[in-house]
Structure formats: C-alpha cells, structure tokens
Write a protein that binds this ligand. Structure first.
Ligand SMILES: Cc1cc2nc3c(=O)[nH]c(=O)nc-3n(C[C@H](O)[C@H](O)[C@H](O)COP(=O)(O)OP(=O)(O)OC[C@H]3O[C@@H](n4cnc5c(N)ncnc54)[C@H](O)[C@@H]3O)c2cc1C
Length: 549
C-alpha cells in the first residue's frame, strides 16, 4: 500500500468524498481514510436487522435538498446513480381530528387545504412563499460564498469584505430588515406575524427546529427554517425535498464512484489518530495501527473537536483558536427511529392502507407550536420528551429497492432527549421514548403500532461513538447565530483553511454545512487546490497567499 500522496482526506463521509473527487480531478494523488467499514458517514443505507436482511433503512439522514447543482454536474453524479424522487406534500393528522396537507409547488391546493383551518392563513400563504423566495435569492448564493475574514485589516481580507458588500449593493432597506428578522427572530414569533391558525403554524415550525437544540420560541430558529427552505432537488421548486433511490447511502456511493473515477483511492477501516506536522505544516497522518502516510495536503472532514483538539493537539494551535473550538456547541437531543412496516399507516382522518398522496411526503407529528415547545422543554429540564415531535417519511412510497414488495420502511426523525445523552447509551429509556413516539402516531393512525415488524432506534450516544457525530449533533455543530458564516467554525478560519498550513477543513461545521450538501467538501478542496497551484507557481506566490493570515 502506498504511503505517499499529494492529498489525504480524513473521513469518508459525503463531504470527505466530495473533497476527494475535486482534488483527484485537479490531478492530485488523493487518498481517503475512513474509520468505519463503509463510507458515507451520516449519509448511509444499512440493513439493521440481522433476521431481516432484505429491509434496508436510510439510517441517519433521510432526505435530499441541499446538494447544489454545481456539485451534481461537476461530479456527474446522475451517471453514478444519483436519482431523486421529489417528495409529496407535508402531512399532519391531528389528534383532535382532521388533517392538513401543504404542497411545495401547488398554490391552489395549498389554498384549499389551509382554508379548512383559516381563510386568512390561506390568503397569507402565497405572500409568505414569495417572501421566502425573495430571501432565498439573497441567502442561497451566500451559502456558496467563502466568508471573508471580517475584522481583519489585511488588504486581501478587506478586499474580500468589500467585494461581498459590493455584490449586495442592490439590497434595499426592506430586504435588509427582512434578513435581520430572519436571522434574529424565533420561528414562533415570525410565524405569529404571518399566520393565526395553530395547525398552520405547527406545520411551518418544523423546519425551524430540525436538528436544533432549541425550541420554536428561541431566537435564531427562524434562520434554521430558512436553511432548510432554500434548497431544491433540481426540479426548480424552492424548499422541495426528495428521496434518493437506494437511500442516502446511494448519494455517498455516487460521490465515491466519482472520486474513484477521478483517480482517488479510498480505504475503509482506516482510523486516523493524528495529523503529522513538519516545521509547523501538515505533512501527513498517523493511523490508529501506527502506520504513517505522507501528504502535503491534509483535508479533515471530522467534527472540529476531533480534527483539531485530538488530531492536531492543543499545543500546536493558537490559544484563541483552541478556546473557540472548546466552546463550539454540538448539543443535540435527536433520536432516529427506523421502522419496517407490514402496511402503510391508516389515518383516521384519511382512511386506507393503500398508497395515497399523504403517505408520499413528510408524515409529521408536530401538530402545534406548543406541542413542539413542550418536547423541547422536557429535554432541557433533563427528561426525554413525553410526547416527542417527529419528521416522518416513507421513502418506499417511491423507492422499491429498500424492502420486499408489499412492505414499507418508515423513518422518524425525532426530538428531543436531554443534551447529555451522548455520554451514556440510555438503551432502555430510548426504547421507552421510541414507544411513546409510536403511540403518538397510533393515536392518529390506529393500525400503526401493530404494523411494525422491526424497529431500530439510534440515539445520541450511538451517533457520537459509531459515526463520529460529537454530541450527537447532526451538523457537526449547531446552526445557532454565533456559529454561522464567518464564525463557522471559528473567527479567522471560515475560509476552509486552518491555523496549520496545509491542513484544510471540510467538516459540516464550516459555512455551507450541515446537511448532505457537499459544500464544505467542495470549498475545502478549492482552497487546497488554489494553494497547491500557487505553491507550484513558485515560493513568492505561496508566501503571498500564506501572509494574508
Ligand atoms: C439523524 C440524522 C438525520 C439527518 N437528516 C438529514 C437529512 O434528511 N438531510 C440532510 O441534508 N442532512 C441530514 N442530516 C445531516 C447530514 O447527514 C450531515 O450534516 C452530513 O451527512 C455530514 O456529512 P460529513 O461528510 O460532513 O460528515 P460525516 O457524515 O459525519 O462524515 C465524517 C466521516 O468521518 C469518519 N471518521 C470519524 N472519525 C474518523 C477518524 N478518526 N478517522 C477516519 N475517519 C473518521 C466517520 O466515520 C464518518 O464517515 C442528518 C444527520 C443525522 C445524524
């Protein structure tokens, strides 16, 4: 096995694989090192039940929206099996009776649906959609912008900051005010300004708390909603989401194929213990088994605490940076519940076990804002939610590859358990929590509990210890305001470079992440390729690039 490369990627999650594909495409001899026996990280399809190997689940992440068309095209992912089924409507059946459906792309049907709960809200919905679309025009391109080093007086950084300001010179007072609202308000306060019915507000609040250690009344949750609402699956509908055929592992597999086709080598079962330094620069890595592998470029796609504090070492990093990484917030409280079903849920509000439109989108258990808030308050007070909220999906409504015909897979993304459940397995309590979650669905679909053939419950401890998601946080770090843009993951280092020359950061904890979006992987590779080209052009160029830090 070779021990000398141009570039080493630590971590074979989808971001590491994206970085590898771009670096290999640029001509760098590239090696990916993945600790687990398979690549994909949190984008993984697995068969969790040994006695039912034909049932496969998308074990952690479950729906696509955020992967930019640039990456899909650059890496020719469609050729490698990237195939998305756009999801059906948002659906909530209410415990007190009735249901609501919301469509990403059908204003007329939205009006009919919402009118059943509030005529005023039905009229407000097109204005809300237009408002969000306007904001997405501002925020969408920002996701692909390398954040400038705000506050730095170096001419290069000042130029980048001014360039960003100039790009936004057409923004008017109202748009700036709307962006300010979005960045600072709670999703609850924002929705109160627009809508009156608890049912509609509950439906729209879900995206504000997904993956977040914050209830809907916390400032900043309006932005989380926007983060989940500015992608599209390539069908041109803002905020639309879709199912990858074969589950999310197939997304990672498509990227891995692109990386290999470009010449990258991928090793699994290869856990990195340390990043090697020579004269203050990254010079390779040491594996857990003691093997050393050399490369002038090291790209780490791991959680910042692992990448920097464990692999580089505090003694090799500036004190202020160490402090920033120590304070990096990665709380969670997410529990993923994967189910194999003998039949589809038979909702009292929309009866029948034959496949219907309301089975094809998100099948929610988040009936109102106070319901969601209660689930968070329980966890913040140190108890698992009595009635958790769930973003449920049934990918087998489209995807026949995940289980035998006639059966279904349902994925429940649920919140919250206490934020310290990453430190202990809490196996029995997690099972009780999952049972309560299932009971909540059973109240609105009485066949639900009896239809469950197998259940797989993944809590924060397993996410941290088996998948490297420290704290169980799904994004390698919360999407709270102080951890966004030029602060992600630390001030001065949001450009995918790090305090160690030659070491780049492709983690979801950088700007553009998290989610299965590949942006950190692409941007880290671009930074590494630019620096490598500068170095190849001559020492003067390389020194000029390095001096701006
Ligand atoms: C329950 C859950 C649900 C989610 N749902 C969605 C969703 O529906 N849609 C969406 O867009 N996003 C979702 N996300 C978020 C998304 O999955 C992640 O943000 C994204 O997959 C992270 O990708 P990554 O490549 O940055 O990191 P990871 O996927 O965490 O990959 C890092 C890789 O590094 C490996 N590794 C760790 N330590 C070492 C080491 N020492 N040496 C070598 N390798 C190592 C890990 O095994 C892992 O493979 C979800 C996440 C979770 C957990």
């Amino acid at each position: 096995m070779a021990t000398d490369y141009d570039a080493i990627i630590v971590g074979g999650g989808h971001n590491g694989l994206v970085a590898a594909a771009y670096l290999a495409r640029s001509g760098a001899r590239t090696l990916v090192l993945e600790a687990r026996q398979k690549t994909g990280g949190a984008a993984t399809t697995e068969a969790p039940w040994p006695d039912a190997p034909d049932f496969r689940v998308t074990r952690l992440s479950y729906v696509m929206s955020l992967l930019p068309p640039t990456i899909i095209a650059d890496l020719q992912l469609a050729k490698h099996g990237y195939k998305i089924f756009p999801m059906g409507p948002y659906y909530q059946a209410f415990p007190e009776g009735g249901s609501i459906k919301l469509y990403a792309d059908d204003a007329k049907r939205n009006h009919e649906e919402i009118s059943r709960w509030s005529k005023q809200d039905a009229d407000a919905m097109p204005r809300w959609d237009a408002w969000l679309a306007g904001l997405a025009e501002v925020l969408g391109p920002l996701l692909l912008t390398v954040p400038p080093n705000i506050g730095s007086r170096s001419p290069r950084d000042l130029k980048e900051t001014l360039r960003l300001a100039w790009r936004h010179r057409d923004l008017d007072v109202r748009t700036i005010a709307d962006v300010t609202r979005l960045m600072t308000m709670s999703i609850a306060d924002l929705l109160d300004d627009w809508f009156e019915s608890p049912q509609v507000k509950g439906a729209l609040a879900v995206n504000g708390v997904i993956g977040t250690w914050a209830g809907p009344y916390e400032p900043g949750t309006a932005y989380v909603m926007a983060h989940h609402s500015i992608g599209d699956v390539g069908d041109g509908h803002l905020g639309s989401w879709g199912f990858q055929e074969g589950g999310m592992g197939a997304v990672a597999d498509a990227i891995a194929m692109a990386a290999r086709e470009n010449g990258a080598e991928i090793r699994t079962g290869a856990s990195v213990k340390q990043v090697l330094l020579k004269d203050g620069r990254a010079s390779g890595v040491v594996l857990e088994n003691g093997q050393q592998i050399k490369a002038k470029i090291v790209v780490s796609s791991l959680h910042p605490r692992t990448a920097f504090l464990d692999h580089v070492g505090r003694q090799n990093l500036p004190d202020s940076f160490v402090e920033d990484i120590q304070h990096w917030k990665s709380r969670s409280g997410v529990v993923k519940i994967n189910l194999a079903l003998a039949e589809l849920p038979d909702f009292t509000a929309d009866p029948g076990t034959n496949l219907a439109e309301h089975h094809t989108g998100s099948v929610e258990m988040a009936p109102t804002m106070p319901y969601i808030e209660r689930a968070f308050t329980d966890a913040r007070e140190g108890r698992p939610a009595q009635r958790p909220f769930s973003d449920g999906v049934i990918p087998t409504a489209f995807d026949q590859t995940l289980c035998p015909e006639g059966y279904h897979i349902m994925s429940l993304f649920t919140q919250w358990v206490p934020s310290d459940w990453n430190t202990q397995p809490h196996t029995e309590e997690l099972q009780a929590y999952a049972d309560r979650m299932i009971d909540c669905y059973n109240e609105v679909a009485p066949n639900f509990k009896s239809s469950i053939l197998h259940a797989d419950v993944v809590g924060p401890y397993e996410m941290e210890h088996d998948y490297g998601l420290i704290g169980g946080n799904i994004f390698h770090g919360e999407l709270s305001l102080e951890q966004l843009f030029h602060m992600r993951p630390a001030p001065g280092y949001a450009d995918y470079r790090t305090p160690v020359p030659g070491l780049y950061n492709a983690s979801s904890a950088t700007h553009g992440g998290g989610g299965v979006c590949g942006i950190p992987g692409m941007q880290a590779a671009r930074a590494a390729i630019a620096d490598r080209r500068a170095a190849l052009r001559g020492p003067a160029q390389a020194i000029r690039r390095a001096r701006h830090r």
